[in-house]
Design a protein around this ligand. Structure first.
Ligand SMILES: [Zn+2]
Length: 360
């Protein structure tokens, strides 16, 4: 499979600039390198060949292949463009062959649940993560019940967990796990760490895991990612699963974006039925799940920034149309926009009621 990139291969351009790449931490599209602009010594520079983008997570410098070259040699973008264009190597390889690793077909939900359940059972929850969850309004019991765990960042501990898990389960076809060049089982890992969030179906089976990463606020890095091994050898990608929590006999459901938000709000509303889509545009499975549960009315409760973000507005129209098509009633919820998410609003309300009780 050949992937056409914008104009120049940013990896080739970076090589022309003398950028030093990490020896093995890359796939066909994403590379890591030492940032030449900030004295970086730990490979903070990320390059994406498909998107023709670079971004340093340390000094925040970003751009494309042309601006990378221009910045390195103090040229204008136009000058840099001319030089790169005259470099045969960069042009010759305009279309690079993307060796798409054949994805291992995904295993049925029972298998995934068994693996993820045992995997999470082997993991721990850091104190800072537990405190974060408690601040959202979850009790120790809820945190235990939802099986939130910290992503293991310690190499030795992670290896131990993987070996225990692999001795009991075949991990092929389970998103997030893959086999490396030496034949060892590996898992997708983010060094920044974060919390694993189980994404459950109506029976409470774990369909997949989402990761809420400990990224720096304002860094522009993605906070939520699937635990997926799509781009690795023998890996498997996640699907846009819908998370379900609360009273599944109810005929009305409250719909949020993000499973943790749904868990928290369901708990704070005494077990009401909540569903979470992984993103406002990731609604492929939603109509099917709603029909399956016999839902007649959906209360949409996405974050209040839906009023200001045009992409979200557009996504909401699409969502509404797809529910109209299956004859499900729809109602948009609003609350004091001082609280971004419905969970923030509920938490504030709950705290307020508790302080009233204490005052009385
Ligand atoms: Zn930098």
């Amino acid at each position: 499979m050949a992937i056409q990139y914008e104009e120049f291969d940013i990896v080739e351009v970076a090589k022309m600039c003398g950028v030093q790449f990490h020896a093995y931490d890359h796939n066909e599209i994403e590379y890591k390198a030492l940032c030449p602009f900030c004295g970086d010594t730990s490979y903070h520079l990320g390059l994406n060949r498909k998107m023709d983008r670079f971004h340093c997570f340390r000094c925040k410098t970003r751009g494309n292949s042309v601006s990378l070259y221009a910045k390195m040699f103090g040229l204008t973008n136009k000058q840099a463009y001319e030089i790169i264009r005259n470099n045969d190597k960069v042009l010759d390889e305009k279309v690079f062959t993307y060796r798409e690793n054949p994805e291992t077909p995904i295993r049925p939900i029972e298998d995934r649940h068994n693996v993820y359940y045992d995997f999470l059972s082997l993991l721990r929850l850091n104190r800072s993560h537990r405190e974060n969850l408690e601040r959202r309004g979850l009790s120790f019991n809820h945190i235990h019940q939802f099986m939130y765990r910290s992503i293991p960042t310690d190499n030795v501990f992670r290896r131990e967990v993987l070996e225990k898990l692999a001795s009991k389960h075949n991990l092929l076809g389970i998103p997030g796990f893959y086999i490396d060049e030496r034949g060892d089982v590996q898992m997708y890992v983010k060094k920044c760490g974060g919390i694993f969030i189980p994404i459950c179906n109506r029976e409470g089976y774990i369909q997949g895991l989402q990761m809420r990463l400990d990224v720096d606020e304002g860094s522009g890095d993605k906070k939520f990612r699937w635990f997926s091994s799509k781009h690795y050898k023998d890996g498997t990608g996640a699907k846009p699963w819908i998370h379900i929590v609360g009273d599944t006999t109810a005929s009305e459901v409250c719909l949020t974006e993000g499973a943790m938000k749904a868990d928290v709000t369901s708990v704070l509303s005494n077990g009401q039925l909540f569903m979470a889509v992984p993103g406002v545009n990731a609604i492929a499975y939603l109509p099917e799940v709603i029909r399956d549960l016999g839902i007649t009315k959906v209360y949409e409760a996405f974050d209040m920034d839906k009023r200001t973000k045009p992409q979200v507005k557009q996504a909401l129209i699409g969502l509404r149309n797809s529910l109209d098509a299956i004859g499900v009633e729809w109602c948009s919820c609003s609350w004091n926009p001082q609280y971004k998410g419905l969970d923030d609003y509920f938490l504030a309300k709950t705290m307020c009621m508790q302080s009233d009780l204490v005052a009385a």
